[in-house]
Design a protein around this ligand. Structure first.
Ligand code: BG6
Length: 489
């Protein structure tokens, strides 16, 4: 079990999209884990909404099955049944007028308490849902709304959604979730940078050669073909998760650990990103789409066959070279890559330091590799600092590259809570630090839009890559052109 935190007061959580993949695979298991850990009190209500006309017993049966599949904490049968007793189901088509008044009545049945509306639906429904909630006067008081990413599909649609949601909920009530910010290693990046005197003086262009951010998955598009065909990897992963990671690496030290201080600094990074548009996208970006191949689980079909509804123009892989144009980072490339059906599931941030200025060792000592700090988000969360040390024993001074290796699981001996566990309780507590502010989301789209436009204008399809590899060879060329390589230890 993870280290337990303080229990929160009983609350109501309403999940739009309650029968969907996110709710069953992530949200309900996360809630169960927090319940099992004593942080969610009996008397709280988890009200799942869905279009299907099913009864509560059938829904709970689905949740039970989902917990069997997705929960890490072994089920204590009694506790699990108590948890399931918190789960209710209410049939509601968000686009229809029926069912809303009953929902309002159901909510009014509980004493005043924190109420959270979690919009685990496609972004097109955010506006109609928020409008209905406002009409029914369900938005005032200790009420919060959670919006899943991607918020819109470009700057214009994101702005329209933000404006419409803003008519129903104040910014302080609005929690735009990016679950990567809830990952343990991302929090640890803040601890490492600002809780140690060691790194911060080196954290700049004078000492850092480049940064790599990789989020590689082995899964394909799974059951989300319709969504993914319109999104693609740039909207699905880069606009949010990868840019947020980049911000956490590149931001200036905030004056305090409060929500606005951190988000102000991240915003400055987004605004300092050098534009990528039709003039340079060909050189600075690579997009790919997987063809049939094999992963460790055996042969897999290509994107178009797998998804059935896929689009030849949808990228399932992106690599790009970004730059943050400010004093700290001038000239330091940030290489980002993400893709589905890659060789391995690994997410990590690599901070590559510059080479030593002068070697006192002869050729016999062997090559001297520059230091690297590797923050592993998953699997096996941890930190490795690659150093040059002496090979043990006699035989002259030969140097070897070795890691100072810290696995969080081994060091702390705890299960790391899934990002959603932390984030859901942060919403209940009303702490928006790990959520994206409106201006951040819009700044990220402002940078992404010209890349999308450049790809569209080029008319070039994504480059094919074989499933189970590291993406198109052009992604290797992107970094090797600069005399660097993707990290692979
Ligand atoms: C989601 C994307 O936000 O993140 C998915 O929509 C992706 O396409 C997922 O698979 C990856 O999350 P994690 O936590 O498994 O790395």
């Amino acid at each position: 079990m993870s280290g337990s935190g303080q229990a929160v007061e009983a609350f109501d959580l309403v999940i739009f999209g309650g029968t969907g993949d996110l709710a069953l695979r992530k949200l309900l298991p996360a809630l169960w884990h927090r319940y099992a850990d004593g942080q969610i009190r009996d008397g709280s209500r988890i009200l799942a909404l869905g279009r299907e006309a099913i009864d509560e017993t059938t829904y709970r049966q689905r949740v039970r099955a989902a917990l069997d599949r997705n929960a890490v904490v072994a089920a204590d049968a009694l506790a699990r049944e108590r948890f399931l007793a918190l789960v209710e189901y209410h049939a509601l088509d968000a686009t229809d007028v029926a069912g809303w008044r009953d929902l309002a009545a159901r909510l009014a049945a509980a004493p005043p308490r924190v109420r959270v509306f979690y919009l685990a639906t496609s972004a097109e429904l955010y506006v109609p849902i928020c409008e209905r909630l406002r009409e029914l006067e369900l938005t005032a008081g200790e009420v919060r709304v959670v919006l899943e990413k991607p918020l819109g599909s470009d700057l214009a649609s994101a702005t329209a959604i933000n404006t419409a949601v803003g008519r129903a909920f104040a910014e302080r009530q609005t929690f735009r979730i990016d679950h990567y910010l809830g990952k343990e290693t991302v929090q640890n990046l803040i601890a490492l940078r600002f809780g140690n005197a060691l790194f911060e003086p080196l954290w700049r262009a004078e000492h850092i050669d480049h940064v790599q951010i990789t989020v590689a998955e082995t899964v394909g598009v799974e059951g989300r073909a319709g969504y993914y065909a319109n999104a693609g990897a740039l909207r699905d992963m880069v606009q949010n998760h990868l840019l947020q990671l980049l911000c956490m690496v590149a931001m200036e030290p905030p004056p305090a650990l409060d929500a606005d201080a951190i988000r102000d600094e991240k915003l400055k990074v987004l605004r300092a990103l050098a534009p990528i548009d039709a003039t340079n996208a060909g050189r600075l970006t690579v997009r790919g789409q997987y063809r049939a191949g094999a992963t460790s689980g055996g042969p897999v079909p290509g994107y178009l066959e797998e998804s059935g509804r896929g689009d030849a123009g949808t990228e399932t892989f992106v690599a790009l070279r970004a730059e943050v144009q400010n004093w700290r980072w001038a000239g330091v490339p940030f290489y980002l890559r993400t893709g589905k059906r890659l060789a391995e599931r690994v997410s990590e941030i690599v901070v590559a330091f510059r080479a030593i200025p002068h070697s006192i060792f002869g050729a016999a000592a062997g090559p001297i590799a520059p230091n690297k700090l590797v923050l592993r988000l998953q699997p096996d969360e941890g930190v490795k600092l690659w150093l040059m040390l002496k090979h043990p024993g006699p035989g002259g001074l030969r140097l070897r590259r070795v890691p100072l290796d810290m696995s969080f699981a081994e060091a702390f001996g705890v299960r790391h809570p899934d990002a959603y566990e932390r984030l859901l309780l942060d919403v209940v507590r009303g702490n928006p630090t790990l959520f994206m502010r409106r201006d951040e989301v819009e700044a990220a789209w402002r940078w992404i839009d010209p890349i999308l436009a450049a790809w569209e204008a080029s008319g070039e399809p994504p480059k094919p890559y074989t499933a189970g590899t590291w993406g198109p060879s052009a992604a290797v060329a992107l970094i090797e052109r600069d005399g660097r390589t993707w990290h692979d230890d």
